[in-house]
Design a protein around this ligand. Structure first.
Ligand code: ADP
Ligand code: MG
Length: 265
């Protein structure tokens, strides 16, 4: 199912802290039924932009609309029904069990939902983390924490999933697992935004790629059009090649090594 309704609309979004302009006027939309990958160098403003989309950060200029309403005006409880957020670093440091951490994702759902052990178990199983259910969350490895945090976003049943580097700590199998699940959420009609550093993962799983640099949106469009060698080389200040996978034809992004200078940066 491909729905092309814009759920999230960013209009000239700016975010400034003191004199530092973190976001410098971002216009983009996120549509139901798509997986949008967000990439760019460290410090480009990706997490800040995700925070604005989530309604956790109020833009200092412009606006972020969720279903046509400023996201910061949506009451907290309703917001929890509308968007699920997976933060770059898990701030859950108390001694909750894994099952409880996932269950908390259902706190804003109608009464009774939080006792839905089957939903929790199903999400953990999908993330290959059911065997961790009784462990204390802080004792997990980084990759295990990431899978549990992702499971938590799944049980929230929100229309919009905002995932900040969901695959950064994962091994290859679990990267593919999580991206496959994110893909399925989009195919089911959700809007999914995932910050990814691995552009080959973005090329394989995303519909569109948004590239950010120094607080600006550099490009946004179908992955094949946006992920080009010259554009990525210029953005990352490192020579990058893009080649089709010999088996699937899907673009693979390859950092070039041993090249003295990037030809375009
Ligand atoms: P990304 O996720 O793309 O790596 P961030 O959105 O986390 O980037 O940060 C963008 C820039 O804003 C970085 O240079 C970061 O240091 C800066 N920044 C983010 N939050 C703050 C803050 N609270 N105070 C000062 N600078 C900040
Ligand atoms: Mg970040």
């Amino acid at each position: 199912m491909v729905l092309m309704t814009a759920i999230l609309e960013l209009q000239d979004v700016r975010y400034q802290i003191g004199n530092a302009q973190i976001l410098r006027g971002i216009d983009m939309d996120v549509r139901a039924g798509e997986l949008l990958a967000l990439a760019g160098p460290n410090g480009a403003g990706k997490s800040t932009l995700l925070g604005v989309m989530a309604g956790d950060l109020k833009p200092t200029g412009g606006q972020a609309l969720l279903n046509g309403r400023p996201v910061t005006a949506v009451p907290v409880r309703e917001l929890a029904r509308r968007r699920a957020v997976m933060l770059q670093e898990s701030r859950l440091s108390f001694g909750f069990s894994v099952a409880d951490v996932v269950r908390m994702g259902r706190a804003a759902l109608p009464a009774g939902a939080i006792e839905d052990d089957a939903a929790v178990a199903q999400a953990l199983e999908a993330c290959d983390a059911l065997d961790l259910a009784d462990r204390k969350f802080p004792t997990l490895s980084g990759g295990e924490k990431a899978r549990v945090s992702f499971a938590r976003t799944l049980v929230q049943e929100a229309d919009v999933l905002l995932l900040d580097e969901p695959t950064a700590a994962l091994d290859i199998r679990h990267q593919e697992l999580v991206m496959g699940l994110a893909r399925r959420q989009a195919d089911g009609g959700k809007a999914v935004v995932a910050v990814l550093h691995d552009l080959s993962l973005a090329a394989a799983w995303a519909d569109r790629l948004a590239l950010m640099g120094e607080g600006r949106l550099v490009d946004c469009g179908p992955v094949a059009e946006v992920a080009t060698g010259p554009q990525l080389s210029a953005l990352y200040h490192h020579p990058v090649g893009v080649e089709p996978d010999p088996v699937t034809g899907v673009p693979v992004v390859i950092p070039r090594r041993g090249v003295a200078r990037c030809p375009v940066c």
